[in-house]
Design a protein around this ligand. Structure first.
Ligand code: S3P
Length: 415
């Protein structure tokens, strides 16, 4: 995919639906009593993997125009579930299936099969689940088990791990408490409460009791992680408006980065939809200051770090991002792949054990981006190339379909 440099970039964009919320809306409704419509759903490959798995387990999931219609299964059947590239599918599904009377095998593509799965299997076993990993990785097998509530402290601030335990706890006897070291995204807690679950969240602690879920329609806001690419280009090259974006406070670390780097922006039309805060975000071209970012903010912007690193390359001076070792276990090792991307385009980025040091020079030359088949590296690379002097190309560019079908077409529309 060739990306031409742009002198200016402006426009109003509605990026696709939130990936985390779409996964949850399909997965939870597939396990609920009744039927529901999920509108504004992301129809990217990851969420289609969730839909296919829920179908294999016996739920009815159909794409009807721009909506997904889900009819819940009262009981799941034993099945082989292909989770594709999607960590959210594999980890949440493992929790959902843990206390049921089914035998399921969960597989994934080579990237997903390299990612750590004991982080979810271990806490689930504490509830009595029978989950076997393959030397800590996929394939996973989940076997029938009776679950008992207990207190679980998660090792990392991971919404995928937290959600897996919460979903298992819905079928466990007694009370389960999940505590995480820092608050991760809380879409699961909000949606399950709206579906009638007995769940209480207080800070980093969630208490759950056995519950039956009732289907609920969900309107999915646009994904701030996808909006981030266009907002970044607005900050670098013009004025950009991203409409109807989910601004759940557990996801808006990017706005704190904008504050710290001197990016001028405004939130407009703020309101709440289906229990999630939503707003339009407008960003203006700004002179960027370097960034110091530590562990406190990382869970609220984990998926945005590659494009934040691009912004740092366009700031004047040295930026230091630390406390982000979780990047190593994403769809690629994003510490290595982000540094590789910036350096291939003429940037100056040193990878560290838990982040990067980026010496920003207000410009990048251009060149070839090796996406490593990681959607967020491809899209961050496209932002970097659009703002660069010569532009260039992206290898394995089609991986953007994981989270953002139509990305390159939307990028072309900015002027
Ligand atoms: C997600 C949680 C995050 C994020 C991923 C989606 C979710 O992962 O990186 O893209 O939907 O729960 P972790 O929970 O492992 O940090």
């Amino acid at each position: 995919m060739k990306i031409l440099p742009k002198n200016a970039f402006a426009g109003a964009f509605t990026v696709p639906g939130d990936k985390s919320i779409t996964h949850r809306a399909v997965l939870f409704n597939a396990a609920a009593e009744g039927e529901a419509y999920v509108t504004g759903a992301l129809l990217g490959e990851d969420c289609l993997s969730t839909a296919a798995c829920m179908r294999a387990l016996g739920a009815k999931v159909t794409v009807e125009g721009a909506a997904v219609h889900v009819i819940g299964a009262q009981e799941f059947c034993s099945a082989a579930c292909d989770c594709g590239n999607s960590g959210t599918t594999m980890r949440l599904l493992t929790g959902l299936l843990a206390g049921r009377k089914v035998q399921a095998t969960l597989t994934g593509d080579p990237s997903l099969s390299a990612r750590p799965m004991e982080r979810v299997a271990r806490p689930l076993r504490r509830l009595g689940a029978r989950v076997a990993t393959t030397a800590g990785h996929a394939p996973l097998t989940v076997s029938p088990a009776a679950l008992y509530g207990c207190t679980v402290q998660t090792e990392v601030a991971s919404a995928q791990v937290k959600s897996a335990v919460i979903l298992a706890a819905l079928g466990a006897e007694g009370e389960t408490v999940v505590e995480e070291p820092q608050l991760s995204r809380d879409h699961t807690e909000r949606m399950l409460a709206a579906m009638g679950a007995d769940i209480r969240a207080e800070g980093t602690r969630v208490t759950v009791r056995r519950s039956v879920l009732h289907a609920a329609d969900v309107r999915v806001p646009a994904d701030i992680s996808s909006a981030a690419y266009f907002l970044a280009l607005g900050a670098l090259k013009g004025e950009v408006l991203c409409k109807n974006v989910g601004v759940n406070p557990t996801r808006t670390g990017l706005l704190r980065v904008f504050d710290a780097m001197g990016v001028r922006y405004a939130l407009e039309n703020a309101h709440t939809e289906c229990g999630e805060p939503v707003a339009d975000i407008r960003v203006y071209r700004s002179a960027l200051r370097p960034l110091r970012l530590g562990a406190e903010l990382v869970p609220s912007l984990i998926d945005e770090l590659p494009v934040i690193a691009v912004l740092c390359a366009f700031a004047e001076g040295e930026s230091v991002i630390s406390g982000a070792e979780e990047l190593k276990v994403k769809e690629s090792d994003r510490i290595a792949s982000t540094a590789g991307m910036l350096n291939a385009l003429g940037g100056d980025c040193t990878p560290t054990a838990d982040g990067f040091v980026i010496r920003g020079r207000r410009t990048l030359v251009g060149g070839t981006v090796r996406s490593q088949k990681d959607h967020r590296i491809a899209m961050s690379g496209a932002v970097a190339l659009s703002a660069s002097e010569t532009g260039g190309e992206i290898e394995d560019a089609e991986c953007v379909n994981i989270s953002f079908p139509g990305f390159y077409g939307m990028l072309e529309k900015g002027e």
